[in-house]
Write a protein that binds this ligand. Structure first.
Ligand code: SF4
Ligand code: SF4
Length: 662
């Protein structure tokens, strides 16, 4: 039977239930807390702690309704903790009346079964056989020992629970065909015994009252069916077993250690198993008394609930009642209370050290110092968490410090990617803009080329026709020289539009860089340096065009250093690409000009001092070589040294071109 399960939609994966589960029966799989029925002991801790109400238990109301509608007589046997749950019903007889009104033919107190069980415990404890016992009245504890401490099964008191004894009493009193429904505070009871037909929790019973609109004022007060309970009514509180047994002499009480709650019972079992509790018996409860069971309405206060139980017991312990109880007790004291428990080992074999180590390393835990043992994952230590991961019960992501670190790293990566993406987008925009301009420039250059050729041809013919001393010759020379200038501009535009031919040849890159420095006038206050970091200095490039690129960049660099500085032409790269860095220590480029650098006719130089085609031509030539051009510049001395670096990246082989950014 699947006692407890998760409502996936409600689970927020906080690992609280993992932490509170003594059986480690909850695994996190794909970010969901899933109960493994075969490991679950039905303690209900996970239900009690889940603030999201994502953990729920099997509901038996429909099954009970079916039994009530059958032809069988049905007896409800009510756990002794009922006064702590139905505090709103002042007279317990009204409560009994309401249960009868639901259709139950009989209503009995399980506390009478507790009296019979207590008698058996008393005998065991007084036997002094040298054997130490663990109480077996809490089904969650019994399952815990059978599954996870099977060697202690022999120490479980060989006694059935009060619920089962009471079922036997009812069957003896009525007949064997009577159907029995236990009603109590416990979920584990639902899977405890086949001698009981169905198990309802008090919460479920409350739901049935509400559904049937049953209220105390609407029903007749009614007494429980006999046999009535004695001190067994005190059973559901902490130390209830000892009090029911009524053993108060120091010797015996001193032989019983009472432990309850998730931490308490586990510690007691560990110490008992380690033999450090010499001569002690254990009374164990999974909850802090059955009055705090998961089948009770949540939110009740423990000590307040105790007082409800005490007042109920006091109310019932009249001399007449005790006399009646005594005779019933004698009538049923021969009921068989024996029970033999069998181990059902569900421990997982411990994984190897290397497997655990591998997982720890994957969570960034390389040494003991990295074991924070913070418990955020739901496990007490990092080691336990790692073991659970190997066993398939947990996931690495449950480690909060690791996940936070990973998240920070991802955020950092994301920020870097975003930055790169923004740069690429910017470059793409720029590239598109320049491509459009290139088309326009190519068109203009093409249209100008023919008339310009005619002007140049005829001006040269005229020059040949006029003698050197002819005054008109000066005008013709001016026409020829300006036409020549126009031709250079047209050639620049064609370069920008990538319409010129690239003549690839094997060239020495270091020599190219040195020649580029020689081709410009370097003022005295500027130091020009060539640095070559390449082993293989040869590559296939168009010497003339690349010379033009470097010369343009060198000129710009020198002009950016009117008060002097250093011009460095650095040659580097890999076996796939060649990189030229042209660096200056000049004034830097203002941010607002960065987008316009390669736009034809954009210049910051004075009128007549530049065509504004230098960088446009450079850009076109680099593109014709299927390369790319990047620029970094700082013009703010408060941010660091000012200056500009142009980086030209050209693939060594034509085939590498596709990897380059257009
Ligand atoms: S306690 Fe468990 S079931 Fe509830 S939200 Fe947290 S992880 Fe989910
Ligand atoms: S009922 Fe208990 S054993 Fe079962 S999953 Fe919940 S906490 Fe674990």
């Amino acid at each position: 039977m699947k006692l407890v399960y998760t409502v996936k939609e409600l689970c927020r994966v906080c690992y609280t239930c993992v932490r509170e589960c003594p059986a480690k029966a909850i695994r996190i799989i794909n970010g969901q807390a899933e109960v493994m029925s075969e490991r679950c002991i039905g303690c209900g801790n996970c239900i009690k702690v889940c603030s999201q109400e994502a953990k729920v238990f099997y509901q038996s109301r429909l099954d009970v309704k079916n039994i009530l509608q059958s032809e069988h007589k049905v007896a409800a046997i009510i756990a002794p903790s009922f006064p702590a749950e139905f505090t709103d019903i002042k007279d317990y007889r009204k409560f009994v009346g309401m249960v009868r009104a639901l259709g139950f033919d009989y209503v009995f107190e399980v506390a009478f079964g507790a009296d019979l069980v207590a008698k058996k415990y008393k005998e065991l404890l007084e036997e002094r056989s040298g054997k130490n016992y663990i109480s077996s009245d809490c089904p969650a504890i019994v399952s815990y020992i059978r599954y996870y401490h099977p060697t202690l099964v022999k120490n479980l008191a060989p006694v059935v629970s009060p619920m089962v004894v009471m079922a036997r009493v009812v069957k003896k009193k009525l007949d064997k065909d009577v159907k029995i429904v236990f009603v109590g505070p416990c979920i584990a009871k639902k899977a405890e015994s086949e001698e009981v037909d169905e198990v309802l929790t008090f919460r479920e019973l409350r739901g049935m009252f509400e559904l049937s609109e049953l209220k105390p004022e609407l029903v007749e007060a009614s007494e429980f069916d006999p046999p009535h309970a004695g001190r067994g009514a005190i059973f559901p509180v902490s130390r209830g077993l000892i009090q029911t047994v009524n053993i108060f002499d120091d010797v015996v009480e001193g032989n019983v250690i009472v432990a309850e709650g998730r931490i308490g019972f586990q510690e007691a079992i560990k110490e008992f198993e380690a033999n450090s509790l010499k001569g002690q018996n254990l009374e164990l409860l999974c909850c802090e008394g059955c009055i705090m069971g998961p089948g009770m309405t949540p939110g009740g206060k423990r000590f307040e609930r105790r007082t409800y139980i005490s007042s109920y017991v006091q109310q019932r312990m009249t001399p007449e009642h005790l006399a009646e109880w005594k005779s019933s007790f004698e009538e049923f004291c021969d009921i068989d209370t024996a029970k033999e428990f069998q181990p059902s080992d569900r421990r997982k074999p411990l994984p190897s050290e290397s497997e655990v180590h591998k997982i720890l390393v994957s969570m960034g835990k390389f040494s003991n110092r990295d074991h924070l043992n913070c418990g955020a994952c739901g496990y007490d230590t990092c080691l336990e968490h790692a073991i659970a991961i190997v066993e398939g019960l947990a996931e690495v992501e449950m480690c909060l410090p690791y996940t936070i670190e990973e998240m920070h790293a991802s955020l950092k990566d994301l920020a870097i990617s975003n930055e790169k993406l923004a740069k690429v987008q910017q470059a793409l925009k720029q590239s598109e803009k320049l491509a459009h301009m290139g088309q326009l420039s190519a068109g203009i250059a093409h249209e100008l080329n023919n008339p310009l050729g005619v002007v140049m041809m005829y001006s040269n013919i005229l020059l040949d026709e006029y003698p050197p001393d002819d005054p008109i010759r000066q005008d013709i020379e001016l026409i020829a020289s300006q036409a020549e200038r126009c031709k250079k501009i047209v050639s620049g535009l064609l370069n920008f539009a990538r319409k010129n031919q690239v003549k690839l040849e094997v060239i020495n890159l270091k020599k190219l860089a040195e020649d580029s420095i020689k081709s410009v006038v370097v003022p005295k206050n500027v130091k020009a340096v060539v640095v070559c970091n390449l082993g293989d200095c040869e590559a296939q490039l168009d010497y003339e065009q690349m010379m033009q690129v470097l010369t343009n960049l060198n000129k710009n660099a020198i002009e950016a250093m009117p008060t002097g500085g250093i011009l460095t032409v650095e040659v580097g790269g890999t076996d796939k690409e060649v990189i030229f860095n042209v660096k200056d220590t000049g004034t830097g480029i203002p941010d607002e000009n960065m987008d316009k650098l390669y736009t034809p006719f954009f210049t910051t130089k004075g009128i007549g001092k530049g065509t504004g085609l230098g960088l446009a031509t450079t850009y076109g030539i680099v593109k014709m070589h299927k390369g790319r051009i990047e620029v970094e510049s700082n013009n703010d001395r408060f941010k660091g040294p000012t200056g500009t670096t142009f980086r030209i990246i050209i693939p060594r082989e034509e085939g590498e071109a596709d990897e380059c950014l257009e």
